[in-house]
Ligand binder design. Structure first.
Ligand code: OAD
Length: 237
């Protein structure tokens, strides 16, 4: 590893799988049980807001009970000991924060926040949402939705992410299948600026060929091991 390069880490659902949060595209994943067009698009919400609220209420209740695993904790440790680490997560759970990560970008939004489509304000949200839910800011009902990015919507903080990728010395992708853009394109972006690229995943992802280095296995095993190797290189260059 070059001396203290900026490290950008992209995380996906596989990171939280061993905490008990379902992934999306595995055989028992969320998209095997629900049609994403019904529950994760603006059109699905317009057609049937009750169904969409029920889907996210169920997931929000689950997310309130789960705990960070050894992989989340290892990434928080890396940030504490290595300058210049940013985690860009596609996950809408709060497990990175709970593990102690500070420098974090939620590019697909956050389950524990609600967004008022009428006045644009965001609010921490731990209970259920319904059509009748009144916005704490504008006091109007009918506009409250989960603060998550749906298919067809622009992911959050893209300018900042693009800038980080252009300065990254090291790009690490963890627990993501590489099916959803723009995140799936980050490896090529980082590599085009000279970053060393690494994939840590249960199995080779759709974009596996773009990575210079790969480690396959459960996140709770391979992430702590990889973090330990990075920190050892920092101590003994
Ligand atoms: P996916 O479900 O597409 O992929 C999860 C990846 O994690 C797969 O490649 C699995 O092999 C891997 N995996 C599963 N268990 C693992 C474990 N214990 N350790 C390590 N890896 C494991 O999830 P994402 O790539 O995160 O977006 O999905 C990206 C986006 O698609 C999500 O943010 C969501 C979804 O639709 C929206 O809802 C907008």
């Amino acid at each position: 590893m070059r001396s203290t390069p900026n490290i950008v880490i992209l995380t996906g659902a596989g990171l939280s799988a061993e905490s008990g949060v379902s992934t999306f595209r595995d055989p028992n994943g969320i998209w095997a049980k629900f049609d994403y067009r019904d529950v994760a698009t603006p059109e699905g919400f317009a057609n049937n807001p009750i169904r969409v609220h029920e889907f996210y209420n169920m997931r929000r209740r689950l997310h309130a009970t789960v705990k960070p695993n050894a992989a989340h904790l290892a990434l928080a440790r890396l940030e504490q000991r290595h300058p210049g680490v940013t985690i860009v997560t596609q996950n809408v759970d709060a497990l990175h924060e709970q593990a102690g990560t500070k420098n974090l970008i939620h590019m697909h939004g956050e389950m524990m926040k609600a967004l008022c489509a009428r006045c644009g304000t965001r609010h921490p949200w731990h209970g259920d949402l319904a059509i009748e839910t009144v916005c704490p800011s504008c006091a109007r009902p009918g506009g409250m939705r989960p603060d998550v990015v749906w298919f067809g919507e622009m992911p959050y903080h893209m300018e900042r992410i693009t800038e980080l990728l252009s300065r990254a010395g090291h790009f690490i992708s963890i627990g993501t299948s590489g099916n959803v853009y723009p995140a799936a394109g980050f490896v090529a972006q980082a590599a085009s600026h000279g970053a060393h690229t690494v994939e840590l995943n249960l199995e080779p992802s759709s974009g596996a060929r773009h990575f210079r280095e790969s480690l396959h296995g459960p996140a709770t095993e391979i992430v702590p091991a990889y973090v330990a190797s990075l920190l050892a290189q920092q101590t003994h260059p």
